[in-house]
Design a protein around this ligand. Structure first.
Ligand SMILES: [Zn+2]
Ligand SMILES: [Zn+2]
Length: 271
């Protein structure tokens, strides 16, 4: 697992030779130190290119949108479950919950934990469509392990939709802004539909959660044909239980998608 990441240089410090290697998984094994170094270097270059700036986290001035010290302290890549992105111990490919019941998704990646300082930035992003914040969070996500390859190999990038009512209240869909930033040529905000909102997932038990989500998503009939055999990326800002993302994935799978990857900026920690 990554350790002692030294930022602000084109190279970073001590990393395990093979970080986040899943047992028996050759594609995970191919993720080498050099790829991680390149990702972090690009993240730092991208963040430092953004002007003017005060660090959004520690308010250091002048600094990048998120300063080097804060990225180093709070955005270290961690070993995560391949299908729900929860943190796992190094060498584990999937968490116990996913082994017991494989999610309807092929892969799921996140940039950071939904905790300080990212939770504050994500909430800001959710309720205020600040262009600088969208760009910063998109860059953070794009620089996370496996995200860029997932976007490159995708045919279609779908933001998690809001219901018509929620969209009217909020005025914009933060996941659509994010998807457009991540993949302007592949994002499509009209293909996946949210038919109704469900109560906050945290307040529901598992059975109620699944029931409340059944049928909550649909695919635009006129666009359904494009999903057949497609590699799809689903984009959202935060993943908590995963129930909502998985419900959307189930709908996309039923429409014929061949491969589905979930990308979220932040994932709630296990504890
Ligand atoms: Zn900072
Ligand atoms: Zn899992």
């Amino acid at each position: 697992m990554a350790r002692n990441l030294v930022l602000g240089q084109p190279t970073v410090g001590q990393l395990g030779d093979r970080w986040w290697v899943g047992a028996g998984s050759t594609w995970l094994a191919s993720f080498s130190q050099s790829i991680l170094i390149a990702m972090m270097a690009r993240l730092m270059q991208g963040l430092s290119a953004r002007l003017p700036s005060q660090c959004l986290v520690c308010h250091a001035w002048p600094a990048q949108a998120v300063c080097e010290a804060c990225v180093g302290q709070f955005a270290q890549p961690r070993p995560r479950c391949r299908t729900c992105a929860i943190t796992v111990v190094p060498g584990i490919d999937q968490c116990g919950a996913c082994v017991r019941q494989n999610p309807p998704i092929d892969a799921c990646f996140t940039a950071v934990a939904y905790a300080y300082p990212w939770s504050g930035l994500v909430i800001n992003f959710k309720f205020h469509a600040q262009p600088g914040l969208v760009a910063t969070l998109a860059l953070l996500l794009r620089s996370a392990p496996w995200v860029e390859p997932a976007l490159d190999s995708a045919d279609i990038v779908l933001p998690m939709p809001l219901s018509r009512e929620r969209l009217r209240l909020r005025g914009f869909n933060q996941a659509l802004l994010l998807a457009k930033h991540l993949a302007p040529d592949k994002s499509d905000g009209s293909m996946l539909l949210r038919l109704w909102d469900t109560p906050a997932q945290r307040t529901l038990g598992r059975a109620e959660r699944l029931t409340s989500l059944a049928g909550a998503f649909s695919v635009e009939p006129l666009a359904a044909e494009r999903l057949r055999g497609a590699r799809v990326v689903l984009v959202d800002d935060v993943m908590t239980s995963g129930a909502t993302l998985f419900a959307a994935a189930r709908t996309v799978r039923q429409a014929g998608a061949a491969h589905i990857t979930g990308l979220v900026i932040a994932r709630t920690p296990n504890d």
